[in-house]
Design a protein around this ligand. Sequence first.
Ligand SMILES: *[C@@H]1O[C@H](CO)[C@@H](O)[C@H](O)[C@H]1NC(C)=O
Ligand SMILES: *[C@@H]1O[C@H](CO)[C@@H](O)[C@H](O)[C@H]1NC(C)=O
Length: 252
Amino acid sequence: MARAWLLLLCACHAQGQDDDFEWFRCDACSASFFKINKTLAQRLLGRTSVPAYEFLEIVDDVCETMFTKNEFGVKQHEGKKYLFGPGVTDHIPGQGFGQMGMGDYDKRLASYCKMFVEELGEEKLQRLWADQQLNHSQLCVEECLSSASGTGAQSRAGRKPPRPKPKPSPPPPPPKTRPPKEKTPKDSAESSTKTAPKPSKPSGTPDPKSGELDKVLSLLPRLKASELQRLGSAVIEELTSRASSPRERSEL
Ligand SMILES: *[C@@H]1O[C@H](CO)[C@@H](O)[C@H](O)[C@H]1NC(C)=O
Ligand SMILES: *[C@@H]1O[C@H](CO)[C@@H](O)[C@H](O)[C@H]1NC(C)=O
């Protein structure tokens, strides 16, 4: 669940004004694990056996607070942008003009950091740290095979086994002919985890219950870009407020 929100947020950033980044994905990965390794060393002072909660607190803190515009900046060269900062390989050595603080790449870095930690798995991260094998160059080999910047498909499928977390259950089927009050046990179990219904593709058989949604969807082509943007923000806000567990909240 949390991961889905995260990817959603990343995707929104990736579609924003920073699409002309090169290597952002690779650089974000390197910066993340470099910072995590360094900060763990500073805070744990040689202790390798620490409780998981303490370890994770540090890792979360790194992702949330340490990718500041004071330390990370953007280099521009021939219409492309490149991240620079601690742990980031210079892809265009000696070229480009560097600048701190333009755009919201810091927020994007923070999201990527959380994503990479989650993809690797927190347990594995802690094991690597304990074995002094937390090497950002090694951990990001695959991310750095390409100059891709977004969160898109790129080698995602079948790369690493997904975390052993319960997947969010698919949205329940739209109530069709069933009387509204009747609830199967399955329904009541799922009713506590409210899942936003997927916007259904306009199909030939209109469902009376989804009439409202269809109205909204049919409005979309007529909205101005700025209105669509407002709508998008409102949807994200609504989704965010529904992510109700404290853990999910902290990850948002
Ligand atoms: C990780 O941190 C340790 C302790 O500061 C350092 O010795 C090691 O070189 C770091 N590893 C990498 C790959 O930077
Ligand atoms: C990290 O991994 C890279 C690539 O495998 C290697 O060249 C480098 O020496 C390693 N660094 C440390 C500190 O172990």
